[in-house]
Write a protein that binds this ligand. Structure first.
Ligand code: ATP
Ligand code: MG
Length: 414
């Protein structure tokens, strides 16, 4: 893509009404647009990152036999009353609206109830189990004072998967598979070294749920981590009793701020029982279906990558989720530079390598500052100097390392 064709512009100044690093940088770089507090639109560059994260998550959910679906945002009050989750006194983050005839509706903040309702049409016998379904969907939550940018939206993108089983033991086995899939996701998006499986409250009929927490000073959570054992405990369950149960000593744990990038639960029959999702066993006897649920904040994950990896110059994207692999920047207006940059751009494009080509007629200082701000993994400079040298200058955005390469060496990088 030619940068002259990209409609978004960068800005030098931080937006006045943002405190979080992720919102400041993503707005300055033109990745997102703030509609109102906690509500952001994704612009071309931002959407490319979001889609790459979704692709990784989709591959990993498919690998554990998840079947992708798309449920509705509009939710029926009666369904949520059956599980006692409609009342604002019980769930205080609902956005509610009304039909013209006065019928109350909710905007989905989670999707256990509607999926159980769907599954009642499809799960009849033990032969129909196990099954697992997931979606990428906009969730609506009336969060109090969101100040963490896209990490805490009132409207945000979540991947939520739900699994259905005949036995608790089968759920236990499947849950472990999903844990491994989550670990692969965080590793692939570049947060593997910073993300810990964390024991947290909120399990239903089991003592814990598990969160995936990424270390960051920008986090709203506090956890106690053991790097050696590669796990952590959320402060909400950090008690002597829990420590003893997990075989951990206070002295081996280190306190840290963190961001919750995922949360998985064993639900047991919490939703299947009140909603009547049952299956018949071999003898024709009826039992409630045993469930698990697996949430992962897609937009929050993007914000977390910014919080963890961005530097003083701007955004820094891991290769797997960067909007482009290369940022080709021409410096100067000589006929040789224009020709050299155009030729390299065509060569990369022919090889289907995704490259952003800064062909704008701006000063070197402006173009280099923008390249740093946008955070594409490799910046390639074409200038009179590099042409005289016979090689292109390639800078690794993350390490700052500069090397000189031929066109074929550049294509070999991806
Ligand atoms: P939190 O404790 O941060 O409010 P939660 O426990 O309510 O989150 P879940 O209902 O478990 O969140 O949702 C699954 C995942 O969705 C979370 O682990 C998080 O990554 C993401 N998420 C939750 N709330 C938001 C939000 N307001 N904006 C962006 N992502 C969110
Ligand atoms: Mg949670």
């Amino acid at each position: 893509m030619r940068q002259t064709e990209l409609f978004t512009k960068t800005r030098r100044e931080d937006p006045a009404d943002e405190v979080s690093k992720n919102a400041k940088l993503l707005i300055r770089a033109g990745y997102i647009h703030k509609e109102m507090a906690g509500v952001y639109s994704f612009l071309p560059l931002g959407l490319r990152v979001l889609e790459k994260i979704k692709t990784i998550v989709r591959e990993e959910m498919n690998a554990v036999s998840g079947q992708e679906i798309l449920m509705t945002a509009l939710q029926e009050k009666e369904l949520w009353e059956k599980t006692d989750r409609w009342d604002d006194a019980k769930v205080d983050i609902w956005f509610k609206t009304k039909l013209k005839n006065g019928t109350e509706l909710g905007l989905g903040m989670s999707h256990e109830e509607p999926l159980v309702q769907i599954m009642k049409d499809h799960i009849k016998s033990y032969r129909d189990l196990p099954v697992s379904a997931y979606q990428f969907q906009t969730k609506f939550r009336n969060e109090l004072r969101p100040k963490s940018g896209i990490m805490r939206g009132r409207e945000f993108l979540m991947k939520d998967m739900y699994s259905f089983h005949s036995e608790q033991s089968e759920l236990d086995t499947y849950y472990e598979k999903v844990e491994a899939a989550y670990e692969r996701v965080y590793k692939r998006v570049g947060l593997g070294d910073y993300t810990f499986k964390t024991f947290a409250s909120g399990g239903i009929f089991t003592k814990y749920s598990h969160e995936y927490q990424t270390l960051s000073e920008a986090g709203e959570d506090t956890i106690y981590i053991s790097r050696e054992k590669n796990l952590a405990i959320n402060e909400e369950v950090y008690t002597d009793e829990v420590l003893a149960e997990l075989g951990l000593e206070r002295s081996e744990l280190e306190m840290a701020k963190s961001i919750e990038v995922g949360n998985i639960f064993k639900l047991s029959t919490r939703y299947s029982e009140p909603l009547g999702l049952v299956y018949l066993d071999e003898a024709g006897k009826s039992y409630p279906v045993v469930m698990g649920c697996y949430g992962l904040g897609i937009s929050r994950l993007m914000g977390t990558v910014v919080e963890v990896l961005a530097d003083a110059g701007g955004l820094v994207w891991p290769k797997a989720i960067a909007p482009f692999s290369f940022h080709l920047v021409s410096l100067g207006n000589s006929a040789e530079v224009i020709k050299g940059a155009e030729e390299l751009y065509k060569e990369l494009a022919e090889q289907k390598i995704d490259v952003l080509f800064d062909n704008r007629d701006l000063s070197a200082g402006e173009k280099l500052a923008d390249a740093d701000l946008l955070g594409v993994p490799y910046r390639i400079i074409v200038s009179d100097k590099t042409l005289a040298n016979g090689k292109f200058e390639v800078k690794d955005r993350r390490s700052g390392e500069v090397s000189f390469m031929t066109a074929s060496e550049i294509t070999a990088l991806v």
